[in-house]
Design a protein around this ligand. Sequence first.
Ligand SMILES: [Zn+2]
Length: 67
Amino acid sequence: MTVEVAPCPACGQPLAIQAYLPTDARVVCANERCGATLRIATRRPLRYEHVPTPQTFTAASRPESYG
Ligand SMILES: [Zn+2]
């Protein structure tokens, strides 16, 4: 089985994915303390792009208040 490895852009941990995953596929970082949602930006070479998740933009997670 062929896998490809590239570092997570959020935490730097190497992440392996199946070689058949296409560009623009979404993967989740295997580091449980990171858990970032990543998009496969390029395949040759493999590179991930961080995809912000809605949960990171809730009011509760922000120090500022926009009330
Ligand atoms: Zn990560």
